[in-house]
Design a protein around this ligand. Structure first.
Ligand code: PMT
Length: 220
């Protein structure tokens, strides 16, 4: 059985997509399955950590020993994440949070009009991980992901600095054999002063490697 060297460590992980309602029957979302975030939760719990998993709508079972909080929208995830973050040693933002939501959710199903075009006004969602990293007190060691289809490392480094994170996992999502809704992934983990490539592997295997790496950096 695995060594339980994360005993006593409190880790909060976000996973899955968010769902931004347009009207009672429609929404804006993305292809995140939650597999990567759930694999991280499973790995951290297996190593003895106390894990809170904040999940958008996914079709996955809760890993053993993990406390799960289900949310739908980015605003709901924001609220749940900040409450959990101030009671955590480590926060990992693996969720694919919608950057924008519909300005006004229609109370009734929108009807098809005569016009060939229709417009939705979108407004920016709160940046959850930036808010966690900006906590004045009880700020956890904060690890983000960066899902990119081009300039992957450059954009990830920008997100590390702009969001004031401690680490970021650059995730090239341009290929279909990794990233969104695949069983495998590959990551380049970047921090101030270092970088480590985790080559393509099953998400569960990568998760164990990543949790080990994060906990080593947290302790230093
Ligand atoms: O769920 P899977 O199918 O297993 O796929 C895994 C994954 C590809 C979704 C995952 O590995 C991944 O890359 N997650 C981050 C997806 C994402 O939205 O990245 P981003 O580059 O848009 O966001 C950067 C960081 O800011 C992320 O840590 C994100 O959680 C966070 N963020 C983004 C927007 C926002 N409003 N609030 C946030 O906290």
């Amino acid at each position: 059985s695995p060594v339980k060297n994360l005993q006593g460590l409190r880790i909060t992980i976000t996973a899955g997509p968010t769902r931004e309602a347009i009207d009672p029957v429609r929404y804006i979302s993305n292809h995140s399955s939650g597999k990567m975030g759930f694999a991280l939760a499973q790995a951290a719990a297996a190593m003895g950590a106390k894990v809170t998993l904040i999940s958008g709508p996914v079709q996955l079972a809760t890993p053993a020993g993990v406390t799960r909080i289900d949310v739908q929208s980015a605003e709901q995830m924001h609220q749940a994440a900040l409450s959990a973050a101030v009671q955590s040693d480590i926060f990992i933002g693996c969720a694919a949070v919608a950057d924008y939501r519909v300005a006004e959710i229609a109370a009734d199903k929108l009807k098809k009009g005569a016009e060939a075009e229709m417009q939705l006004t979108l407004v920016k969602n709160p940046d959850i991980i930036a808010a966690v990293a900006a906590l004045p007190q009880q700020r956890p060691f904060t690890v983000g992901f960066a899902a990119e289809t081009r300039n992957v490392l450059e954009y990830a480094r920008q997100k590390l600095l702009n969001k004031r994170l401690d680490m970021i996992c650059a995730n090239d999502v341009s290929a279909s054999d990794r990233g969104f809704n695949s069983d495998d992934n590959a990551l380049s983990v970047i921090w101030r002063g270092g970088e480590l490539d985790l080559p393509k592997a099953p998400k569960q295997q990568l998760a164990t490697q990543l949790i080990t790496l994060i906990s080593e950096h947290y302790k230093n």
